[in-house]
Write a protein that binds this ligand. Structure first.
Ligand SMILES: NC(=O)c1ccc[n+]([C@@H]2O[C@H](COP(=O)([O-])OP(=O)(O)OC[C@H]3O[C@@H](n4cnc5c(N)ncnc54)[C@H](O)[C@@H]3O)[C@@H](O)[C@H]2O)c1
Length: 335
């Protein structure tokens, strides 16, 4: 095992964010970058003194000095890039969503299993300080047994890159999968696996979008807990990701844009919120890469692995099917 694991990043919009956070992380070395935009490649190669740059992702995947391929390109090329990386026995950091469809997720996991390398789904919201704190309260008994939760991903898509392009063509990306996966994944992370989904959705805000732009999803967890996930993409509402968790000992409400989480504990006063300071987002992208690097070095399991990312995608599609057909749907779990 080399002292520093070589990282090759494909896709230098989101990938540039990764690069900025991991450039100085010990144990990682960015050895190669790839994008279709020549000017962007040149600029980033110079700024970060990166040995190799290309517009051909297959070339990056073949390099000896690349141990981890980070795929930070649009969702519709995730599978082909993962397959190229696994064909060259590389580990993969895959931007969320793992892939566009349940079928693509299965193909990616099959390719990973054949290679015997690691696959991590980059669900960065799990690494936000606020949500890490809430997760720890579900694990150390503070909240007791979780019986209800609410998560949301609220993001107006009218002004983002890809407007009316790949982000608006449901064949290339369905926004409940591409964006809503943040909230679905947080719900799974807190509540565990989901056995049934029912969903209502509507379309009031972005006429050019070919699908609904607001989704209310009801989740029934294997644990007996229930939950609601909201994905909203055309709303007059600031961008945020919310998490409310209700447990037998207490409840918490928080969003990624607040500096505190509001905690209510039965043992203190069940009618009062306590303002608990939290760290907000922190350096989530660097934390993700540290998790993957540790798993490679110790050959250990990754919590947000390929199967986990695939189950999140499966819940999104179960919700879309439920809304279209007007009935509850069981998401695929066995990847
Ligand atoms: N974790 C987060 O919060 C977060 C935020 C934004 C985007 N993302 C994810 O990151 C991925 C990329 O999103 P984005 O916002 O950067 O998209 P974008 O459209 O802004 O940029 C995509 C980049 O990929 C490059 N690219 C496309 N096809 C390529 C190919 N065949 N070979 C090499 N490069 C190619 C493009 O030239 C472009 O520079 C998506 O999967 C998205 O869901 C995650």
């Amino acid at each position: 095992m080399p002292d520093a694991l070589g990282v090759g990043i494909i896709g230098l919009h989101m990938g540039a964010g990764q690069l900025r956070q991991i450039a100085n992380v010990p144990g990682l070395k960015i050895t190669a970058i790839c994008d279709l935009e020549e000017a962007l490649i040149k600029h980033i190669q110079k700024e970060f003194d990166i040995p190799f740059a290309t517009t051909n992702y297959e070339e990056l995947c073949r390099r000896e000095d690349v141990d981890i391929v980070s795929v930070a390109t649009p969702d519709y090329v995730h599978l082909e890039m993962a397959e190229a990386a696994f064909a060259n026995m590389k580990h993969v950091m895959m931007e969320k969503p793992l892939a566009r469809t349940v079928d693509e997720c299965q193909k990616m996991i099959d390719a990973q299993r054949a290679a015997g390398t690691k696959l991590m789904t980059a669900h960065v919201a799990r690494f936000y300080g606020t949500f890490q704190k809430i997760k720890s309260w579900t694990q150390d008994g503070t909240l007791g047994e979780v019986y209800n939760l609410y998560t949301s991903y609220i993001h107006n898509y009218e002004n983002i890159p890809g407007f009316n392009e790949w982000r608006f063509d449901p064949e290339l990306r369905h926004q409940l999968i591409g964006g809503g996966c943040h909230a679905i994944d947080l719900a799974r992370w807190i509540g565990g696996e989901v056995e049934e989904v029912s969903c209502y959705s509507n379309h009031f805000n972005i006429p050019v979008l070919q699908t609904d732009d607001h989704f209310n999803i009801n989740l029934k967890f294997q644990s007996g807990a229930v939950g609601i996930v909201v994905g909203s993409f055309g709303c007059a509402h600031p961008y945020n990701i919310d998490m409310h968790v209700w447990g037998t000992n207490g409840s918490v409400i928080a969003t990624n844009t607040w500096d505190e989480a509001k905690l209510c504990l039965r043992s203190i006063d069940r009618n009062k919120w306590l303002d608990m300071p939290v760290l907000r987002e922190g350096k989530g992208l660097a934390s993700e890469f540290q998790v993957l690097a540790n798993a490679i070095r110790n050959d250990s399991e990754i919590e947000s692995d390929g199967v986990s990312g695939a189950r999140t995608v499966a819940i999104g599609w179960a919700a879309i099917e439920s809304s279209r057909e007007g009935r509850p749907v069981q998401p695929k779990l066995d990847f």
